[in-house]
Design a protein around this ligand. Structure first.
Ligand code: PMP
Length: 443
């Protein structure tokens, strides 16, 4: 069957049988449409972790059989991730806690005097970690080509003698739009800069090839890649990581620690990935990420991408038929995107709308500014303020985001489109009030 007609999700996830109560009575299967925040765990990941759990042991330093087995699995997980990302032979894969953690790690490894270039459209995790560096924020571009031109101009203006890093997202967590990563990497390298790809939203939806995109580093999070066990990844060039102080100081990162006669301490740090993985690593988290990488690879990104495009088309076509709904976009309505769309609804505050989708339809979406305040502010054309009282339209201060992926059945997006249509046409059927700035149904 062609994937575009698959009605069930290509990859089974946990929670597909969970039902939730509706304020209007009865229960419905929960439609998890907030994948961009955290995707449900893949059944396969859960099963793999459960099968491994009895064999879990401390890695690297234990002499026992299970420690050795766990060490093997942990290091094999690194190789699986390297394969998933199509890394170069001498790249390093460091296990972190998340994308935020990965980018903070890299920020701590910038060479002296490094200049950082970021578009204002980035997630805060990519905008904010560069403490101590000279950071240039680039205005939101209105096309992929404008993005490349703007970066070229900014890099050409910099002092060519200084090291530079560009940080760019692969797919926006607000609009879902794909960024011209390969072209931005070429621009960065042509100007002697390096580039890190924030693949938090790209990796769960698209193949990511470090070699093909020619990026220097990639960061992503397990919990958005169907592996919510507290791990993330920073993969890429070893040199800056090797030259940097360890991200955390402690056991695991240190090879030898010697007390000197003068009372001081000499520490010899590891040079490989362990340098930045001090403390006991999250073995289960790393194993879960590797399991998710294997599952996505086996399912095949051709199938996954085609099927997700079908879901995006269903949502876009549905929302396009509702004049009160405005879908947010930087690069234009037809720009390629992953299964992430944000929108505003005339006559509704976003908080009210999201609360009604949950309470009356059993659909979980997100409302707000999605940790990308400058981007959402640009897209909405104004200053964000309060979320807006329930029932009192707050104009376009915040947006609603719907997001989905390989675990989403057709029914979830169809229910979503119908729900939006009904809410706009008939209004909410329930009463809502504001509690702590959030709209909640009256009990
Ligand atoms: N970058 C992007 C594009 C994201 O969407 C997110 C999470 N919303 C992050 C970075 C940060 O990821 P995490 O919270 O897992 O660190």
């Amino acid at each position: 069957m062609p994937c575009s007609t698959l009605a069930t999700a290509p990859l089974p996830v946990l929670g597909r049988d969970v039902t939730v109560p509706l304020v209007t009575g009865g229960e419905v299967p929960y439609a998890a449409l907030d994948y961009a925040a955290s995707a449900p765990a893949l059944q396969r990941v859960w099963d793999d972790v459960a099968a491994y759990a009895p064999y879990y042991g401390s890695v690297h330093r234990g002499a026992g059989h299970l420690s050795q087995l766990s060490t093997d699995l942990f290091e094999k997980a690194r190789r699986t991730v390297a394969g998933f990302l199509d890394c170069r032979a001498d790249d390093q894969v460091v296990f972190t806690r998340s994308t935020t953690d990965s980018l903070n790690l890299l920020a701590g490894a910038l060479p002296e005097g490094c200049q950082v270039f970021v578009f204002e459209t980035e997630h805060h995790a990519a905008l904010l970690p560069w403490k101590g560096a000279r950071v240039t924020w680039l205005d939101a571009p209105r096309s992929p080509l404008q993005a490349v031109r703007a970066l070229e101009r900014a890099l050409a203006d910099r002092d060519p003698g200084t090291p530079a890093l560009v940080c760019v997202t692969g797919a926006s967590n607000v609009t879902g739009e794909l960024w011209p990563v390969r072209e931005l990497a070429a621009a960065a390298h042509a100007h002697g800069a390096r580039i890190v790809l924030d693949a938090a939203q790209l990796a769960p939806h698209h193949p990511v090839s470090v070699r093909d995109l020619d990026v220097d580093w990639v960061a992503f999070s397990g919990h958005k890649l169907y592996a919510p066990f507290g791990s993330g990844v920073l993969a890429g060039r070893a040199d800056w990581l090797r030259a940097a102080e360890p991200y955390l100081a402690g056991g695991g990162a240190s090879r030898t620690v010697t007390r000197r006669r003068d009372g001081g301490v000499d520490v010899e740090w590891h040079e490989g990935a362990a340098r930045h993985e001090a403390g006991s690593p999250n073995v289960i988290g790393a194993y879960a990420i590797a399991s998710a990488c294997a599952a996505l690879t086996e399912a095949g990104f051709d199938t996954l991408v085609a099927r997700e495009r079908h879901l995006v088309d269903v949502v876009r076509a549905g929302l396009a038929g509702i004049p009160e709904v405005r879908v947010l976009s930087l690069f234009g309505d037809d720009a390629p995107r992953v299964g992430v769309l944000s929108f505003v609804v005339e006559g509704f505050s976003s908080s009210h709308f999201a609360a009604a989708l949950s309470a009356e339809y059993g659909i979980g979406v997100r409302d707000g500014l999605f940790c990308a305040h400058p981007l959402v502010r640009t897209l909405l054309g104004g200053e964000p303020g309060t979320r807006g009282e329930c029932g009192a339209p707050a104009g376009a201060l915040h947006a609603v985001r719907v997001s989905f992926g390989a675990g989403t059945p057709d029914e979830h997006v169809e229910r979503f489109v119908n729900a939006v249509r009904e809410l706009v046409r008939d209004g909410a059927r329930w009463r809502y009030r504001t509690v702590d700035g959030r709209c909640v149904p009256e009990v």
